[in-house]
Design a protein around this ligand. Structure first.
Ligand SMILES: N[C@@H]1[C@@H](O)[C@H](O)[C@@H](COP(=O)(O)O)O[C@@H]1O
Length: 247
C-alpha cells in the first residue's frame, strides 16, 4: 500500500486525477471502477479540465460504478446515476453505452445482482477502482458486518451512513435505507485500487483501514490484502496516522 499525503482536498483531487489520467493514457480501453460521494467530485472536475484541454480521451473507456440507492430512479438528483452524469459523464466523451451502474429501480434483488455481476464479469476485470471511504470504514456500500459480502448485493444502510448522507437530501426521511453495491470480491479483483480520503471525519476510519486488524467490521481494512493500493489522502484525513507516527 502506497500512501500519498496531500495538503488539502484540492491537492488530493489533482493527485488522484493524475493517477487516473496515467491509467487512461497508458491503456485507452481501460475499465474504470467509479465512485460517488463528495470525495471524488474534485477528481472528476480535474479530469474534465484535462479532457477539455485535449489531454484525455474517454472514447474507449468503460466504467462500472460501485453502488446505487435502491428505490431512486436514475433521473432523481440524489441518485448515483444522476451524480455520475452531472459530475463526469456529461462532460467527457465517454459513450453512455459503456457506463454501468446498478439499477436502483429494480425491485427484484436477485435479478439485479446477477445482472450486474454478469456485466462486471463480461468486462474482463477492472483496471483501476476508485474508492472513497465512509466514516465507519465502508467501501462502496459494503457496511460494517460480521462477514465480507462477495459480489453485488442489496444492503440495509447503517444509521451512521444514513446520517452521513442526509446532508445531500432535504430531510433525513428522504435518504433511502437500502442500496445495491458491488461486493468485496468485485472490488478486490481490480488490478489497482485508488482510495481517496479528505477531512478529519475520515481520520479514524482511514487509520483502521490501513493499520487496524483486517475485519469485516471495517470493510476497507480488507484492502491491506491487495498488492496494488494507492491511498491519496489529505493531512486532515491522515491526522491519526500522522499522530501515531506511522508516516
Ligand atoms: N456509497 C458512498 C461511498 O461510495 C462513499 O465513498 C462514501 C463516502 O462519501 P463521501 O465521499 O461523501 O464522504 O459514502 C457513500 O455512502
Amino acid at each position: 500500500m502506497r500512501i500519498y499525503k496531500t495538503k488539502n482536498y484540492d491537492e488530493m483531487s489533482r493527485k488522484a486525477a493524475n493517477i487516473i489520467s496515467a491509467q487512461i493514457i497508458l491503456k485507452p480501453e481501460s475499465v474504470l471502477g467509479l465512485a460517488t460521494g463528495s470525495s471524488p467530485i474534485g477528481t472528476y472536475k480535474q479530469l474534465i479540465e484535462w479532457y477539455n484541454k485535449g489531454d484525455l480521451d474517454f472514447s474507449q473507456i468503460r466504467s462500472i460504478n460501485l453502488d446505487e440507492y435502491k428505490g431512486l430512479p436514475a433521473d432523481n438528483d440524489q441518485s448515483y446515476a444522476y451524480f455520475m452524469r452531472h459530475n463526469l459523464f456529461d462532460h467527457v466523451n465517454i459513450k453512455s453505452v459503456n457506463t454501468f451502474i446498478p439499477n436502483g429501480m429494480e425491485a427484484d434483488v436477485e435479478k439485479e445482482c446477477s445482472r450486474y455481476n454478469a456485466i462486471i464479469r463480461s468486462m474482463g476485470g477492472i483496471d483501476l477502482q476508485l474508492l472513497g471511504i465512509g466514516n465507519n470504514g465502508h467501501i462502496g456500500f459494503n457496511e460494517p458486518s460480521d462477514s465480507f459480502a462477495k459480489e453485488t448485493h442489496c444492503v440495509d444502510l447503517t444509521e451512521n451512513t444514513i446520517q452521513a448522507n442526509a446532508r445531500f437530501f432535504s430531510f433525513i426521511e428522504e435518504v433511502p435505507t437500502q442500496a445495491y453495491t458491488t461486493g468485496i470480491k468485485n472490488i478486490m479483483q481490480a488490478r489497482h485500487i485508488l482510495l481517496i480520503a479528505s477531512g478529519e471525519a475520515k481520520a479514524d476510519a482511514l487509520y483502521e483501514a490501513v493499520y487496524g486488524p483486517i475485519t469485516p467490521h471495517v470493510p476497507a481494512s480488507i484492502l491491506q490484502l491487495h498488492d496494488e493500493v494507492s491511498v491519496v489522502a489529505d493531512e486532515a484525513a491522515l491526522s491519526r496516522i500522522i499522530k501515531e507516527g506511522l508516516i
